[in-house]
Design a protein around this ligand. Structure first.
Ligand code: HEC
Length: 162
């Protein structure tokens, strides 16, 4: 192939594929130099920005606090014994894992109730027992709520309780 033909072909290829990137022309006009008014306006805008930043940080902190709460039980959430049981206790007590008395096992609960008494069952749940964490991990639950959930469990097992 003749040199000139080669050059022509190369030129054609470059036009077809696209020339090696040439810097795009700047179509951005230079800003005119700042006037005093511009500077003042800038400062004001800066201040507003800082204020907004502060507000953002405050909101962030609030959100963080909420996220840190062990379980997000807010006021609107259903805190009935049944709902609390479903959320916190059923994982262990439905299947009876890790030595947890099965909720559907009246015999087990009957024996526990007889040998320990209702108050002890509630107290042990609040303190935690064996592999059960304190309050069954419902950190936000009050003692009274725990008592009501224990009652709910005993009701489910059809075991009479105080
Ligand atoms: C991580 C699993 C787990 C969760 C969650 C859990 N439990 Fe338990 N629970 C256990 C185990 C294990 C035992 C048996 C403890 C032992 O060794 O005596 C137990 C025992 C109990 C007892 C009998 C206490 C006693 O004196 O023998 C009650 C009542 C009880 N749980 C209620 C609850 C309630 C109410 C909840 C929910 C708020 C709950 N548990 C959540 C695992 C769990």
């Amino acid at each position: 192939m003749k040199n000139s033909t080669f050059a022509a072909l190369a030129a054609l290829l470059i036009t077809l594929v696209g020339a090696p990137t040439s810097p795009q022309a700047h179509d951005h006009d230079e800003d005119p130099p700042f006037s005093e008014d511009d500077k003042k306006a800038d400062k004001k805008a800066d201040k507003a920005d800082k204020k907004a930043d502060k507000a953002d940080k405050k909101a962030d902190k609030k959100a963080d606090k909420k996220a840190e709460a062990p379980v997000d039980l807010d006021e609107e959430e259903d805190r009935s014994p049944g709902a609390l049981y479903a959320e916190f206790c059923s994982n262990c007590h439905d299947p009876g894992i890790a030595g947890a008395p099965k909720t559907a096992d009246p015999e087990a609960w009957g024996i526990l109730l007889k040998s320990r008494g209702f108050d002890a069952l509630v107290l042990n749940t609040i303190k935690g027992a064996g592999l059960m964490p304190s309050k069954g991990a419902c950190v936000a639950c009050t003692d009274k709520e725990i008592e009501d959930v224990v009652k709910f469990m005993l009701d489910k097992a059809k075991v009479k309780h105080p």
